[in-house]
Design a protein around this ligand. Structure first.
Ligand code: AMP
Length: 386
């Protein structure tokens, strides 16, 4: 275990973060003006969050490193949910950890997660546990084609999953995924995808940002636009999240992703952390998800979560579009994570804000043309859902 230089205490709270990716970086960027200091634990020597604090360079399964983090900070949290629950539990014996390791555990297994949400009264797509080839055939008999086969653990951004449309897909997917515990889900022909981000303070005060419409490309989030959903859907999503927060005795930011199908919300998954579909809150909300997460875990009052301006976020995956052209668009807010570009890697995002929805669409079309690729077509999808 190696450790970067540590700052001497200045009176500011020291926050430990398991994970030093872009979510950690944006937590750091939100926390510096509040006077917080940060220590990240991450195996990557070039972890992009480290520009906002110090880095403890070690594996997430390194119990000693987790304990070291716990000794050096006042409060801890995490920036991704595949940290082993055992590291989180060890850390939580030395300093407060928000949200708790129970939330981490519940979100790490898609089967446990869905069973939990069903028990809390949420509607979920039909699903079937798959531990053998026979289970898979039984599941397909029950759910029919098309269906989605997913690993129960360690899946993210569409990794560890395959859509099954026929028996050939079944063989290919079984070859690829059959060694892991799996879950089979009915394929949902959704009208739209959306997510709810909420935050609960240590004293129980709870706030929600507006439901956000999301468009994915190859399982990776490409575009997010907050607002425009019926009040009844917002209330339904908030009810489900409140139930989950109560159950987990939750503190911090929580995200739930839904499919909108036949006018109703179907639960897809939850993340016990700040989320990519909430990046627009930095520039488009009264208080960002990052600042409110820090306020929540440090015992400060929460900030307002209303929309400050019509907003739309573009995710930069694998490559950044030309900055100079984009900068000519009014209301552009650029976020470069300082990561090495690689196919499929999230390396930055941009949020557009505008005084009206009309102006927002006009600006978004300009940015989509500059970004090229699939963006103009994806934007069309968001338009048709609006
Ligand atoms: P996930 O990692 O489960 O959120 O899946 C990534 C993306 O794949 C989702 O945001 C959807 O676009 C798509 N997807 C996942 N599960 C399903 C499903 N059961 N039906 C339709 N699309 C799905």
């Amino acid at each position: 275990m190696k450790s970067g230089p540590l700052l001497s205490p200045t009176g500011g709270l020291r926050i430990g973060i398991l994970g030093g990716g872009q979510l950690g970086r944006m937590l750091g960027l939100a926390g510096i003006p509040l006077g917080f200091r940060f220590l990240f634990l991450d195996p990557a020597p070039d972890a992009c969050a480290a520009v906002t604090g110090d880095l403890l360079e070690a594996g997430f399964d390194d119990r000693e490193a987790a304990l070291e983090l716990g000794r050096q900070v006042d409060v801890a949290t995490f920036d991704f949910e595949n940290v082993p629950e055992s590291s989180a539990r060890a850390l939580s014996e030395l300093c407060p950890l928000y949200p708790g390791s129970n939330a981490l555990g519940a979100s790490q297994d898609r089967l446990v997660e869905k069973d939990l949400l069903v028990s809390l009264g949420a509607r979920v797509p039909l699903y079937h546990e798959v531990s053998s080839r026979t289970d898979l055939l039984d599941g397909l008999e029950r759910l029919g084609y098309p269906a989605v086969l997913k690993t129960r653990r360690f899946g993210y951004d569409g990794k560890g999953q395959a859509v099954l449309r026929d028996a050939e897909d079944l063989e290919r997917a079984w070859q690829k995924l059959g060694d892991s515990p799996l879950i089979l889900e009915a394929f949902v022909p959704f009208e739209a995808e959306c997510s709810l981000i909420g935050v609960r303070a240590r004293d129980g005060d709870t706030r929600f940002w507006p439901l956000t419409g999301n468009v994915h490309l190859d399982g990776i989030l490409a575009l997010s636009k907050p607002g425009g959903f019926e009040a009844g859907l917002q209330a339904a999503a908030e009810r489900i999240m409140t139930g989950l927060m109560d159950h987990l005795d939750y503190t911090g930011v929580l995200t739930i992703e839904f499919f909108l199908h036949d006018g109703e919300l179907l639960f897809n998954e939850f993340a016990p952390r700040v989320h990519n579909s909430g990046h627009w809150t930095i520039d488009g909300a009264e208080t960002s998800q990052f600042e409110n997460h820090l306020r929540a875990i440090s015992g400060l009052p929460l900030g307002a979560t209303g929309l400050a301006a019509p907003s739309l976020m573009f995710n930069w995956i694998g490559q950044m579009p030309p900055l100079a052209g984009a900068m000519e668009i009014p209301g552009l807010h650029w976020h470069d994570y300082g990561k090495q570009p690689r196919p499929g890697r999230k390396i930055g995002h941009a949020t557009l804000t505008a005084p009206s929805d009309e102006a927002l669409w006009e600006r978004a079309e300009r940015l989509a043309r500059i970004a090229g690729g699939k963006f103009p077509a994806l934007l069309g999808k968001l338009f048709s859902e609006a």
